[in-house]
Design a protein around this ligand. Sequence first.
Ligand SMILES: O=C(O)c1ccc(O)c(O)c1
Ligand SMILES: [Mg+2]
Length: 607
Amino acid sequence: MRTSIATVSLSGSLTEKLTAAARAGFDGVEIFENDLLASPLAPEEIRARCADLGLSIDLYQPMRDVEAVPEDEFARTLRRARHKFELMGRLGADTVLVCSSVSPLAEDDDALAAEQLARLADLAGDFGVRVAYEALAWGRHVSTYDHAWHIVETAGHPALGTCLDSFHILSRSSDPKDLKGIADIPGEKIFFLQLADAPLLGMDVLQWSRHHRCFPGQGGFDVTGLVHRILHTGYSGPLSLEVFNDVFRQAEAGPTAVDARRSLLVLQEELGRLGHELGEEQGVAALPAPAAPTAVAFAELVTPDAEPVSALLGALGFARTARHRGKPVELWEQGEARVLVNTGPAARRDGTTLAALGLECPDPAATARRAEALLAPVLPRRRAAEDAPLDAVAAPDGTELFLCATNRPGLPNWRADFEDVPHTPAAADGLRIDHVALTQPWHHFDEAVLFHRGVLGLEPRESVDVPDPYGLLRSRAVTGPGGGVRFPLTVGAAPGDDTAQARHIALAADDVVAAARRFTAAGGRLLPIPANYYDDLAARFEFADGELETYRALGILYDRDTHGVFRHCYTHTVGRVFFELVQRDGGYQGYGAANAPVRLAAQRAQR
Ligand SMILES: O=C(O)c1ccc(O)c(O)c1
Ligand SMILES: [Mg+2]
């Protein structure tokens, strides 16, 4: 399957867009008229540039407001079209997209629409051009794919076909029975296929399309299911991404193009599982199946000053159990929770932050191969000659993910790089890493969701909005099977905003009240929570005698869902890192999002 991307999906000049698309491995592009108009390059130069980059120009677009208009208006359209078809000859592009009319002049007359589109196709044919007619979801009279196909069928012209666009189709209805009509379209009459996903929002469809489209796998549409149906028609043209998105328009083109291509690789893999022939598509067929990590083996903090971090870990009942043989890295443990404290060069650059995670993987080498095939940057396996050859990849936000097999015979063991040091035993709160909250740079959020889903096989959950006193944060968790790995991904903070940018490690205790008491007795400071919060809790829930007072005294927050109860509290922050103590009972699934505004405000007050 050939892959293509519309220039509108990427930021920058046309040259920058083409370069980014080629580097990410796309076979072709759709050229948007505005990108051409704004380019200093002549059409012949654009054609040559694409050829040099190994890109075909699969589509030129769009022509608008063509069909079902009064004759004098249509005459002007034909004149305009002649110019565009000549231009396409110079570009070497043979398919033009015509989107359904939004003009107030357009009439609700399918016969007239078919007749005029056939005349346009006649002219196109003279230039060796094909016309692909697409229903915009907000078209004046034609807004559905089956209506557009009906008009194309009526016209019966060999140079006229239809263009299917997953956004226009799925934004109007995702009900599979509304998609049955796709099987009626002969594959060779589908001249083009455009793909976009989108979050499920209840809003005006034009605004939704122009601002919130995203790459397949990042939103809520079943794009794979739709493409599955379309391929059954015999369609054999490119899979082309057409994404209008406010963030991608601003973010660097290179990483966006990689994100886009990864999205199509994952989509093709899913199609392969549904029985579609993947052809020569290198990589996809041979991709090791995703095997989600089962646990967080360790979280690694970097810090220029080990003292405050050590004090915090000590109060949490961690013991400093081992030291790296060759680097300034210490291992701290309590229960099953492991934290590495790294005071090496990265720390002097980045301050105190969470820089890396060890992921316990069923087959680390296979996950590394999968990551590489899905265009994730693979990090050097060995930092020093004596280190275990650990596979590691970089997440879109730069977090290093070490793919681990801790103490598993026959596999490289990161733990062997550490030598034990004498220590007093850790406390016995039975801590485990419950979740790690990974704040994301503003331009990497959708990309991060797709990365964790596609590369690591984690499942994205619903997106929630969290009000912060100084902004609105968006949060979406990705989780592994059985909840062994949970990463809430959060975005929305201003780049320099350390409170909202801070990452945290949530540690599950068997008894959070006991763990919180032990922490404060050991000199730890818990985040104070306002009395108003507890008055509200009293109104919302019934508590046993004294229970609420215990929470109030310690600063423990409380939440319930249909499964169970969540109790949690927060340590003070060091640099851009803090810890949370949690107790998850009865299969509670969330992260206390209802309490996040109070927590964020309390953290602001602390600064
Ligand atoms: O928003 C638009 O105008 C627009 C233009 C061309 C397309 O292919 C499309 O899907 C939308
Ligand atoms: Mg489209």
